[in-house]
Design a protein around this ligand. Structure first.
Ligand code: FEO
Length: 388
């Protein structure tokens, strides 16, 4: 039994195996967190992904007879949190199901459930504890909301402040800190980055609340480093960057690779952190994680059949959807008998909101020594720009 506060329990499930979360590689699995809040009356906040229903039920039964649950709160209708809702409702026949106004029709459509909205019950008096609801639309879906227990200064934040991190530890002080921050960063970059404004609005709406614990729906519960996670979120929402150059490329016959390496050497020669990703060898979501705080993004592609290389096209589509903020960038690449990929890459980067730096780094066949030197110098000039 895992207790967050007196009468508040984690009853979720750890998914050690999941590796794909709608296109985002989850190297370390995840958790689906659900919470029982016990006072004179009992609420279950969120459920779990459908295959984990039995696990959650076992955890619920450790702290309460499901038949005694008075309310089931659905903070968010996405199936990783609502997948076992219908089965849980059957286990708790007395329970009234509550969701945001925009969540109600979604749950009706998914599961045919009869759901009350928080408009009718903006807060629940559980007799000794209160559950207060705040809609946070688009953090992550239009229906998203958070639940707050003022008596415990506890925020049940659903997707916000999560990490895709399966672990034995349930709290932030019980896991490796470098892993925790890496996964919190990856999660923000791959899920919340395009929703910066919504996350900012949610943080503003919650800004006045006294909070000493944040319990998200994925990963560990923040009880030690709230200041750290709130500080990081503030930076990410604002699109804060560090002097870092990320170079993502693919290559057919090593020519574009040679260009990428020469650009990287030039950038590194100015003392700027430089990271290079071959898009066949690296997953798109790992590259995006490093792009979140990077000032410069360079994308290299050979021209293949008058178009970009397939892995580069995949990466560009993913990046465009995630709308990185406050970036400068450039495209480069090699070609055989005709070029063209560079222009297509540039257009995609422009559509992603990246400010392009003009260059003429599109070379035929293998880069000559002079062309290699021009790549190096371009890398150095980018580094000087991001360092300024
Ligand atoms: Fe974890 Fe938007 O669901």
């Amino acid at each position: 039994m895992i207790q967050l506060k007196d009468g508040v329990y984690w009853v979720g499930a750890v998914d050690w195996d999941v590796r794909n979360f709608h296109g985002y590689i989850t190297h370390r699995g995840t958790t689906y967190n659900a919470y029982v809040v016990k006072a004179d009356r009992v609420a279950l906040v969120d459920t779990v992904k459908a295959p984990f229903h039995e696990t959650m039920l076992r955890h619920v039964e450790e702290v309460v007879d499901p038949k005694d649950i008075d309310y089931i709160v659905s903070n968010h209708a996405e199936p990783d949190h609502s997948g076992s809702l219908a089965r849980m409702a059957a286990e708790a026949p007395q329970a009234k199901i509550i969701a945001s106004e925009r969540g109600t029709p979604v749950l009706k459509k998914y599961y045919g459930l009869d759901v009350s909205t928080i408009k009718e019950t903006p807060q629940l008096d559980l007799g000794g504890k209160t559950l207060s609801f705040t809609p946070v639309p688009m953090a992550h879906w239009p229906d998203s909301m958070v639940s707050y227990i003022p008596e415990d200064r506890l925020l049940l934040s659903n997707d916000a402040f999560g990490q895709h991190l399966a672990s034995v530890g349930r709290f932030d002080d019980e896991v490796d800190q470098s892993v925790l921050w890496h996964e919190a960063t990856a999660y923000y970059a791959n899920i919340l980055m395009p929703l910066n404004r919504s996350v900012g609005r949610a943080m503003k709406a919650l800004g006045g609340l006294p909070i000493d614990m944040i319990a998200p729906s994925h990963g560990v519960i923040w009880r030690r480093d709230l200041k750290g996670v709130l500080g990081h979120y503030t930076g990410w929402v604002e699109g804060r960057t560090v002097p870092r150059v990320v170079i993502a490329y693919d290559t057919m016959w090593k020519s574009t690779q040679e260009m990428a390496y020469a650009i990287a050497e030039g950038a590194a020669s100015r003392g700027v952190e430089t990271r290079v990703f071959n898009l066949t060898e690296n997953h798109r979501s790992d590259v995006i994680t490093d792009i979140l705080e990077a000032k410069a993004v360079l994308v290299g592609s050979p021209t293949l059949n008058n178009h970009v290389y397939p892995t580069v096209a995949d990466f560009l589509a993913y990046m465009r959807g995630l709308k990185p903020q406050n970036k400068v960038g450039a495209a480069f690449g090699s070609y055989g008998w005709a070029g063209g990929a560079k222009r297509i890459v540039e257009e995609e980067m422009r559509q992603a909101g990246i400010e392009l730096i003009e260059n003429d780094l599109e070379f035929s066949y293998r880069p000559t020594e002079d062309e290699r030197r021009r790549c190096y110098e371009f890398g150095a000039s980018i580094a000087e720009r991001v360092r300024a």
